[in-house]
Design a protein around this ligand. Structure first.
Ligand code: FE2
Length: 414
């Protein structure tokens, strides 16, 4: 396949991309058409790498309102409602909903997903279902699963044993929820436990860390220290880190040094953090979103996730990372022209780094031919005008093909 005359990642100069055997064989200003069986003339269109959702919960997806709606909008009511819905889970129920959401995500250009799976369930219903889903969707989504102790490790009966069993069952990463443990000591000890578990089973780590508007939460510094001292460094991810937006600037300044040294990845979930955050504030009201701009300025890798798609924690969502990105950069003060132009990294390359899939990510000769084509010339225009995603191509195969919008308007000046 030869893709002709596209703007690769906002590059002003148009280039051709030659694809063969699922890989990018050449990128050049002009490639002879005779080298390919079929030619896609996409003159002037934008090509970027596929989207990455580095944080979502597929076990709970599409359960909003079951058995009741989360009317307060707090994280804690979400956990209580989920605890009831969890008792009704079957493997078929989890699989149907997860696949529905993954197909929706794929239709919007997502090709890499990291999903947390609640393993505070001695039957492992959700994990068994999602392990099957991971294999079944492999042609269109690279899915990673994180063993997520939604109700705690030390604060839930047999929490440690459940986590170890999940590790043996084949998750990709080990999770945690230290701010939800009964006390700060359990929180700290849960981090030591999960890091040792990840090391023992050679897994990545992704912890729900300090997802609370509490300026005194201190689990992030513990996780970063463990990441640094264990040498696991960029294999470790801290998700949410909402409290970082509540701590004082002197402490944040001190912590930034450790975060950069530790090479830890951070994932913010702008839609959900802003929905759940600030719920106990009157005014001034906090946004619930971590210090994205400052982390990036301190060379910390940050990506955005959708977190929840219509579940007890978030009533909206349709698997479109452009919604996440738009709200995320707006709330983070990242709306300079060049920041907007480059912002797809937050739902692209930065997420790929967190997921440790750099070897198969990016538009380079020798890498898999996986990319998106948009009906516009640069990403600033795409995020502003939401032009049609014409193609999602993975390993040289067309996963999604859309036709340009053909709206009819009747707006005549007098
Ligand atoms: Fe989450």
């Amino acid at each position: 396949m030869l893709i002709k005359q596209v703007h690769i990642e906002n590059n002003v100069t148009k280039k051709d991309i030659l694809v063969a055997d699922g890989k990018i064989k050449a990128i050049s200003e002009h490639i002879d058409e005779k080298q390919a069986d079929d030619v896609l003339d996409l003159d002037g269109k934008l090509v970027i790498p596929p989207f990455v959702d580095s944080h979502v919960h597929l076990d709970s997806t599409l359960t909003a309102g079951e058995p009741e709606w989360n009317e307060s909008g707090t994280l804690f009511d979400g956990i209580n409602i989920w605890s009831k819905r969890k008792q009704m889970l079957t493997q078929a129920d989890v699989k149907n909903r997860a696949i529905k959401t993954l197909k929706k995500q794929a239709s919007h250009g997502i090709q890499f997903v990291r999903s947390h799976v609640d393993v505070t369930d001695p039957t492992f219903t959700a994990l068994k279902a999602l392990l099957e889903v991971r294999a079944e969707v492999a042609d269109f989504i690279d899915l990673q699963l994180v063993a997520f102790p939604q109700e705690g490790i030390l604060s839930f009966p047999n929490g440690k044993e459940l986590m170890e069993e999940a590790a043996k069952m084949g998750v990709d990463a080990i999770g945690g929820i230290p701010h939800y443990e009964f006390n700060q000591y359990y929180g700290r000890d849960s981090l030591t436990f999960l890091m040792n578990l990840a090391k023992k089973y050679n897994k990545l780590v992704d912890v729900h860390c300090d997802e609370i508007d509490d300026p005194n939460a201190r689990n992030l510094e513990v996780l970063a220290t463990l990441a640094y001292e264990s040498g696991m460094k960029d294999k470790v991810t801290a998700s949410h880190t909402v409290s970082l937006a509540s701590v004082n600037d002197a402490y944040a300044y001190k912590l930034m040094r450790l975060l950069e040294m530790s090479q830890i990845n951070m994932v913010a979930n702008p839609l959900v953090n802003m929905h759940l955050g600030g719920r106990f504030d009157t005014y001034p009201k906090r946004r619930g979103l971590t210090r994205v701009k400052e982390l990036l300025e301190n060379h910390v890798n940050v990506s955005f996730g959708e977190d929840d798609v219509k579940d007890p924690w978030y009533p909206m969502g349709n698997g479109n990372m452009l919604d996440v990105l738009y709200v995320g950069i707006l709330a983070s003060g990242l709306m300079g022209y060049h920041q907007i132009l480059d912002s797809y990294q937050l739902i692209g390359a930065n997420g790929a780094k967190t997921l440790h899939v750099n070897d198969k990510y990016g538009i380079e000769v020798g890498k898999p031919a996986s990319f998106l084509v948009f009906d516009t010339d640069n990403f600033y225009n795409e995020l502003n005008e939401r032009k049609t995603m014409l193609y999602s191509i993975k390993d040289g195969k067309v996963l999604v093909k859309n036709h340009p919008e053909m709206a009819e308007t009747h707006l005549k000046l007098k």
